[in-house]
Design a protein around this ligand. Sequence first.
Ligand code: AMP
Length: 366
Amino acid sequence: MVVRGAGPRGGWRGGAPRPLGIDFRLYDPAPDASGGRVAPLVVGAFDDRRALERFAADVDVVTFDWENVPADSLRALRGRAAVRPPARALAVSQDRLAEKRIFRRLGIPTAPFAAVNSLAGLRRAVARVGLPGVLKTRRLGYDGKGQAWLHRRADIGAAWGALGGRSLIYEARVPFQRELSLLSVRGADGAIVHYPLAENRHEQGILRLTSAPYRDRALQAAAESHLEALLARLRYVGVLGVEFFEAEGRLVANETAARVHNSGHWTIEGSVTSQFENHVRALSGLPLGGTAPRGHAAMVNFIGRLPAAADVLAVPGAHLHDYEKSPRPGRKVGHATLVATSARARDREARRLLELGRREAGELTQ
Ligand code: AMP
């Protein structure tokens, strides 16, 4: 099995495949990829077909945990190893326009949108979709990067100046109350399990806090039916995440993640089976594990620099996941998960963890 960049995420670090008796190795362009500390690392470029083929010849299944692995590199491996999730699912998740189109085809509500390839096209998109709205790069945008907000027509020039020249999408602003995500898992035999909805808080476009379960039966049922439609259409195997806005009691889909997802890290200690283990079970044709929460869980991302382990672990119910990355402003360097017996206790302790993270990030940028 191949897991690109498998080191940084807590679940791989715990060696999710190993307890199941499954051997895994990693392929990464960086010789110092932190995944190299948990499994044999093969260093190669993502466009080095020969190296990729040699690598795939030794494994049964290839997967990925980074959004920007070129989908064509995965396509080239077909016939040598099973690629799960399929390359098409990754290609869709890499292109905001393809994502929105598949939502629309499947009847999944999404923000009004239009493709933009020129300044005149942006003017037309704004006239059609309306204001306020957000102009985004179709590809390679994440954590709020590659986006420009438009509040009035006069903002068109500046937004085009910031992002023009690339393939873009313009979306109407969704006046949402909160951001939610659902992670679902489809096995090789077509069996599907869903985690409970999680609530996500972003700051400057970066996920800071996930709390789960977010209990709302109608929204859970709607989200499950949207994910089931996507999983079937994409002939998906593995963990699929979808981020939604909740607006006036409805779900509006924003984007997909064709991989284990940051908003699912709470499952490491907070669920009967972690998203990492369920991903491996799905890829390997094993029965999927239970997805019930073990209590009221939260996940706090540490951005920039990790607080001292002793400070994190002094918070009741907290577990630390250190990605062993060097400090850098804006970089996710680790996270804490938290399991509590009530939502109130969970929220109180999560605030302490957020405060620790903020203090550390603040000192780094001073
Ligand atoms: P994204 O990269 O699409 O996840 O966008 C990053 C963040 O920007 C989201 O988590 C939202 O908080 C916000 N955002 C993106 N698109 C929209 C939209 N159409 N309406 C309102 N907020 C948005």
